[in-house]
Design a protein around this ligand. Structure first.
Ligand SMILES: *Cc1c(COP(=O)(O)O)cnc(C)c1O
Length: 349
C-alpha cells in the first residue's frame, strides 16, 4: 500500500525493454542518437506542433528551471502559485538558473491560481522603475500540486491575463498526462491552443525511469535553451537512454494508458474514502493525487499494516484517536484494486 508519491512506483516493463534494446548497439552521444530523431517527431505529432523544439532532461526541476531561465531575464520576476513546485520544492533552482530572477507568489487556495490575484500580482510589479523587478513569465502547474486540474477555460483566463501584459507562459506538467486524460482533450488544446509557450512534459511520475521532455513552441528559443541546458550540466552524453524511455512512452499510447490507470486507481480510492465515516476529501480531485482527512486511529491502523503515505497536517503521535489528520495520497500506474480496497478497509477499522 504505497501512496506516498507516483515517482516511487516501478518503471513500466515496456520502458525497461526499450532501454535494453537501446543498449544493443552504439549510438552518437549528446542527443545525436537516432532514437532522439524519432522522439522529436513523436512529441511534435502528439502536440500537433511540427516546428516545436524538443529536448530531454532527467528531472522536472531541470525542465522547469532551464525553460524559465530561457524565458526570464535575471531582472524579471516569475509569477506562480504560492504552493508551486518551482517555489516550494526546487531549492531556489529557477532563481539560480535565471541568474537571480524573483518569484512573485499568487494565491491558489486549491492549487489553481486565482485570476484576480494573478492580475493584481502582475499589476503590482514593474511599478518602481529601475528599482524593482520587471514583469516576467507566468508559470502554471497542470495538474496542480493539490491534485486539482484547471479546465481549458480556466487556463485560457490565466493565460489571457499573462498575454495582455505581454508575458510568456510556462506549464509545469510533471503530471501533464494525468491532467490530459482527466480533461479528455488533446495535448495541443491544453498547451499552445490556450497560449502556453513552453511545457515541462513529465514522464518520471508516469512510468519512466527518469525523463521529462521540454517542448518549446517558439523554435527561436531553441539555441538559447541548448546552451543553458549544457551550462546547467543537464546535457546527457549517453543520451540514447533518455530517448529510449520517451520513445516507449509515446509508442502505442503507453503514456495515456498509464495515466488513465493512475487516475482510475485514484478515483477508486476517492470513492472508497468518501463512503468511510469521518473522512473528508479536500479540494476537487482531478487526477491521481488527493488530500483527505480522517481520524488518527485510522492512520494508526494503516501505519501498523505498513501503508506508506505522507501526513500533511498533524502527527501520527498523539493522544486523541479522533483527531483528524490530513494525508496526501498519490496513485501511480501500478496501484492495484486489492491494495486500494485494503487501504480503505483499514481506514474504516
Ligand atoms: C515532481 C514534480 C516536479 C519534478 O520534480 P523532480 O524531482 O525535479 O523530478 C515538478 N513539478 C511538480 C508539480 C512535481 O510534482
Amino acid at each position: 500500500m504505497f501512496f506516498a508519491s507516483d515517482n516511487a512506483g516501478p518503471v513500466h516493463p515496456k520502458v525497461m525493454e526499450s532501454l535494453v534494446k537501446a543498449n544493443a548497439d552504439y549510438a552518437m552521444p549528446y542527443g545525436s542518437d537516432p532514437i532522439m530523431g524519432t522522439v522529436r517527431e513523436q512529441v511534435r505529432e502528439v502536440f500537433e506542433a511540427p516546428e516545436a523544439a524538443v529536448y530531454l532532461v532527467a528531472t522536472g526541476t531541470a525542465a522547469n528551471s532551464i525553460i524559465l531561465a530561457t524565458q526570464a531575464n535575471p531582472w524579471e520576476t516569475i509569477f506562480c502559485s504560492r504552493i508551486a513546485h518551482i517555489h516550494e520544492d526546487e531549492c531556489g533552482c529557477p532563481e539560480f538558473f535565471t541568474g537571480g530572477a524573483k518569484l512573485t507568489l499568487v494565491d491558489a487556495p486549491d492549487g489553481k491560481m486565482d485570476p484576480d490575484a494573478l492580475k493584481v500580482a502582475i499589476e503590482g510589479e514593474e511599478t518602481r522603475g529601475v528599482h524593482g523587478p520587471q514583469r516576467g513569465p507566468v508559470s502554471i502547474t497542470q495538474a496542480t500540486e493539490k491534485g486539482t486540474v484547471y479546465s481549458l477555460s480556466e487556463l485560457k483566463t490565466l493565460i489571457n491575463i499573462a498575454k495582455s501584459y505581454g508575458q510568456k507562459t510556462h506549464m509545469d506538467g510533471a503530471r501533464f498526462t494525468n491532467a490530459l486524460v482527466s480533461l479528455g482533450c488533446s495535448a495541443a488544446e491544453m498547451t499552445w491552443g490556450v497560449g502556453i509557450d513552453a511545457v515541462s512534459f513529465g514522464g518520471t511520475k508516469n512510468g519512466l525511469m527518469g525523463v521529462e521532455a521540454v517542448v518549446l513552441f517558439d523554435p527561436d528559443q531553441a539555441w538559447e535553451f541548448e546552451l543553458r541546458r549544457k551550462r546547467a550540466a543537464h546535457l546527457f552524453s549517453k543520451h540514447r537512454f533518455l530517448s529510449a524511455q520517451m520513445q516507449a512512452y509515446l509508442t502505442d499510447d503507453l503514456w495515456l494508458e498509464l495515466a488513465t490507470k493512475a487516475n482510475t486507481a485514484c478515483a477508486r480510492l476517492t470513492r472508497g474514502l468518501k463512503q468511510t465515516p469521518d473522512t473528508k476529501i479536500l479540494f476537487e480531485p482531478g487526477a491521481n493525487m488527493i488530500f483527505a482527512e480522517w481520524p488518527r486511529a485510522g492512520h494508526q491502523r494503516l501505519h501498523d499494516a505498513g501503508a506508506q503515505y505522507y501526513i500533511y497536517s498533524g502527527a501520527l503521535e498523539g493522544d486523541d484517536p479522533d483527531e483528524p489528520l490530513m494525508a496526501r495520497l498519490v496513485c501511480d500506474w501500478s496501484a492495484t484494486d486489492e491494495n486500494i480496497d485494503r487501504f480503505i478497509d483499514l481506514v474504516k477499522g
